[in-house]
Design a protein around this ligand. Sequence first.
Ligand SMILES: NC(=O)C1=CN([C@@H]2O[C@H](COP(=O)(O)OP(=O)(O)OC[C@H]3O[C@@H](n4cnc5c(N)ncnc54)[C@H](OP(=O)(O)O)[C@@H]3O)[C@@H](O)[C@H]2O)C=CC1
Ligand SMILES: O=C(O)CCC(=O)C(=O)O
Length: 418
Amino acid sequence: MAGYNPYENMLHVLDKAAEVLGCPRNDYEFVRYPERELTVSIPVTMDDGHVEVFSGYRVQHSTARGAAKGGIRFHPQSDENEVKALAAWMTIKNAIGNIPYGGAKGGIKVDPHKLSKRELERLTRMYVRRIYPIIGPDQDVPAPDVNTNGQIMAWIADEYAALSGKWQPGVVTGKPLEVGGSLGRNEATGRGLLFTLETWCEKNHREMKDLTMVVQGFGNVGSVGSLLMHKEGVKIIAVGDINGTWKNPNGLDIEAMYVYANSHGRSLKGYTEEGASFIPDSELFAQDVDVIFAAAMENQLNASTMEKVKAKLILEGANGPTDETADKYFEEHGIEVLPDVMSNVGGVVGSYFEWVQNRTGYYWTEDEYNARLQKKMREAYEGVYALKEKYHVTYRLASYMLALQRVMAAQKLRGFLG
Ligand SMILES: NC(=O)C1=CN([C@@H]2O[C@H](COP(=O)(O)OP(=O)(O)OC[C@H]3O[C@@H](n4cnc5c(N)ncnc54)[C@H](OP(=O)(O)O)[C@@H]3O)[C@@H](O)[C@H]2O)C=CC1
Ligand SMILES: O=C(O)CCC(=O)C(=O)O
C-alpha cells in the first residue's frame, strides 16, 4: 500500500509505550534507531551463464540483550524499510520471550520461485560471504523466515564453516536435524501460536472446540498453526494462500490441506476438497468467525480491509499483519489483537533452544522441547497480560512496554548510555 512504512508504525507504538510508562525520550532514544544496517550486492551466475545482481540486507536493530537474532526472507518486495522494521520487531519479540538476544533481520530482494535449486544455493552462499563479517554464534544468528527453509539454513551453516575454517552450527538456526537442527523447531512458531490461543481461551472462559476461524497464509506458520489448532477442535472454515481462498462452511479438512501443501512446495495450488469452494480473496476477512489467524505478510489488515472484519479476535502469526489504522479501529470496536511480538515468539524461542543445544552438544527429545516452549509461551503471555491489566492498554502496547523496560534495563546496566 502506498505510503505504508512499517518502521514508522513501529516507532509510533514504541513512543506510545514509553509515554504510558512515563519514560523520558533520553532513556530510550537509542531503541528508535537500528544499531547497524548493511546493504549488499549479490552477484549470481545464473544457470544460462548470465550474471544477475541481487540486493540483500541485514539489519541489526539491537544487541543490548545479547547477540542479534532474526530470520532471513527471500521476497521480491523485500527492502531496507521492511527489513528494518522486522529487525526492530525482533528486538521487541526477543525481549518479550526473555531470551538472551537482541534483534536482527535479513532479506534478499528476489522471487525464489523463479530460481533453480543451484541458483538458490549460489545466491545464499554469496549472501553469506557478503554478511560474514557481522554474523556469528555470539554476534548475529540468522534463521528461516518467508520463503527460506532448512535447506537454505544448511547452506548458510556450510558457507560459514568454509569461511571461518570450522563447523559452528550455532551460527544459524532452523537447520535440518542432520546438521544440528532441533526436534520441534520446524513446528515451534505454529505450536507457540496454539499455546497463545489456549491461554487466551483460558482467560476469556472460552473453549478451543467452540471457536471458528479463518486463516491467511499456509506456509510454515499458517499450516502448522492451523493443523495444531484444528486438532484441538477449532473449526477452520476458510484458508487463503497466494493461489486463492478455499471455504467450507462445515470446516475444511486441514489435515488434507497440510499434507497437500507439504508435498507441493508449501503451496495449495490445485488443492480440491468435497464441500469446499473458492471465494474471492477479499472475502476472507469478512467471514463471520471468532478468530482471524493472519499468517501471511505485513499490512494485510489495513484501512481498506478492517471494516469487513466480523471476528472478535485477531491472532497474528505473521509479523506486522495489522497496520496502525486498523489497530486503532480494532481497539475502538472491541476486537482484540494478540500481537505478533507476543504470539509468534515461539519461532525464535524455538531457535534459542536449538542454539543452546548446539552450544552444549546435547540434544533434547521433542517432548522436552515442547514442554519448555509451552512454559516460555506462558511466561511471555503472562508478562504482557500483567501490564495490560495494570495500565488498561492493548496487548500490543503492553508488549512494547514490557520489551522496552527489559531492553532499557540491559542497556543501562551495560553502561553505554553515556
Ligand atoms: N518461519 C518462522 O519461524 C516465523 C515466521 N514468522 C512470520 O510469519 C509469516 C509467514 O512466514 P512463514 O510461514 O515462515 O513463510 P512461508 O514462506 O513458509 O509462507 C508464507 C505463505 O504466505 C503466502 N502468502 C504471501 N502473501 C500472501 C497473501 N497476501 N495472502 C495469502 N497468502 C500469502 C505465501 O505464498 P507464496 O510463497 O506463494 O508467496 C506462503 O505460502 C511472515 O510474516 C513471517 O515473518 C514469524 C515468526 C517466525
Ligand atoms: O528463529 C528466529 O531466529 C527468528 C524467526 C523470525 O524471523 C521471526 O520470529 O520473525
